[in-house]
Design a protein around this ligand. Structure first.
Ligand SMILES: *Cc1c(COP(=O)(O)O)cnc(C)c1O
Length: 368
């Protein structure tokens, strides 16, 4: 799916030098590397401030808290996403309200969003799933009309843009993950929150460090959720290469798209006009349901080709959320996506030959 060793081989000396620098300084938490990375990611994404935290999940949790979400509140999230989008809501004692998605983009469907809002809704999380931006103008407009802040889950979308604006710069908060397999991945956990509000950035800096405004003085209850210096130093090296890696992913997606076009019952991902897709993963749809998809996946495996199902079960059908009482059939696009998606290998170092082999195997299976 991903060849992190190939990427490391091209970076080894730069990363080694960055780590040597830290070993010499012995400054591990909240230092110059983290502060520099915050500025660089904010600048890269067109937002005013960045606040480094311990993970993407923590980024969501702290952003939700800063947006005023707490026990008894509702937060709307798409039903088809990674579980962390909802578990960040649950961690604060709030309730995730699941909304259905659009079939083309896998993002929350703005036309069905309004019907999910109640008087208790305190935030909406828009997930730019697989690297394709959500329809932000419509979502922001709904939020504005109802006075509800929008939080962007950018864990899979660093560098993606919507009508010229980068993801993470449009909502009240943009939440990023640096989990090793993300488009910008560290060598451990990490995350960041972007915001255009200086005041919110200051509050988040306190919240991630036990609510401390000064040493041993806490204005409010906080967390220990800091991005450590070693991750920040590694991420700074990798950030220099991100644009070039993203361009390679986009080129690979184009190639895959040309090879998979016109196959019966196969739909390759595409970017909607005005949206820039960064292909965190390359997810096709195998139409006709989970059994046909399983046949395709088995055929790929028989040729030594990896594939993954992100995600096999929508959140409303997860045992963890059974108590919310949302049954099968209630969010049909999310359920159909869970039965049809299949992600193919995608990373910058992938070769044309490899893509051709994967596409040929998908074609054989699709025609069988
Ligand atoms: C990875 C991911 C997260 C969580 O990030 P972590 O750094 O693993 O906590 C949240 N949302 C989405 C959509 C993700 O893909």
């Amino acid at each position: 799916m991903l060849d992190l060793r190939a990427q490391y081989a091209s970076l080894a000396s730069e990363i080694g030098a960055a780590i040597e620098r830290l070993l010499a300084s012995q400054h591990w938490i909240l230092g110059a590397e983290g502060a520099a990375l915050e500025k660089e990611i904010a600048h890269f994404s067109g937002a005013r401030s960045g606040v480094g935290v311990a993970s993407g999940t923590d980024a969501l949790m702290l952003a939700l808290h800063a947006a005023g979400v707490g026990p008894g509140d509702d937060v709307v999230v798409p039903a088809f996403t990674f579980i962390a989008t909802a578990s960040a809501v649950s961690a604060l004692g709030a309730r995730p309200i699941f909304a259905d998605i659009e079939s083309l983009t896998f993002a929350i469907d703005p036309t069905r969003l309004e019907s999910r809002l109640t008087l208790k809704t305190k935030a909406i999380i828009a997930v730019h799933l697989f690297g394709h931006p959500s329809d932000m103008d419509s979502i922001l407009e709904t939020g504005k009309r109802r006075g509800i802040p929008i939080i962007e889950d950018c864990a899979q979308s660093i560098g993606a843009s919507y009508r010229g604006r980068k993801t993470g710069s449009m909502g009240a908060f943009g939440c990023f993950s640096f989990y090793p397999t993300k488009n910008l991945g560290g060598y451990g956990d990490g995350g960041m929150i972007l915001t255009n509000s200086e005041k919110d950035a200051y509050r988040l800096r306190c919240l991630r460090n036990h609510g401390q405004t000064d040493r041993y003085s806490s204005r409010e209850r906080g967390w220990n959720s800091r991005l450590d210096e070693i991750q920040a130093a590694i991420l700074r090296v990798k950030l220099h290469h991100l644009a070039e890696w993203t361009a390679a992913r986009q080129k690979h997606a184009l190639r895959y798209g040309n090879l998979l076009r016109d196959l019966p019952g196969i739909r390759a991902p595409e970017a909607r006009p005005g949206y820039e897709h960064v292909y965190s993963v390359h997810t096709i749809r195998v139409e006709g349901g989970a059994e046909r998809r399983e046949r395709v996946q088995r055929h790929l495996a028989s040729q030594g080709i990896a594939s993954m199902i992100y995600y096999p079960l929508p959140l409303h059908l997860q045992p963890a959320y059974a108590a919310l009482g949302v049954g099968r059939g209630e969010l049909p696009e999310s359920e159909r996506a869970a039965d049809e998606v299949l992600s193919l290998p995608m990373y910058a170092e992938l070769t044309e030959d490899q893509i051709a082999r994967v596409a040929a195997a998908v074609a054989e299976a699709a025609r069988a």
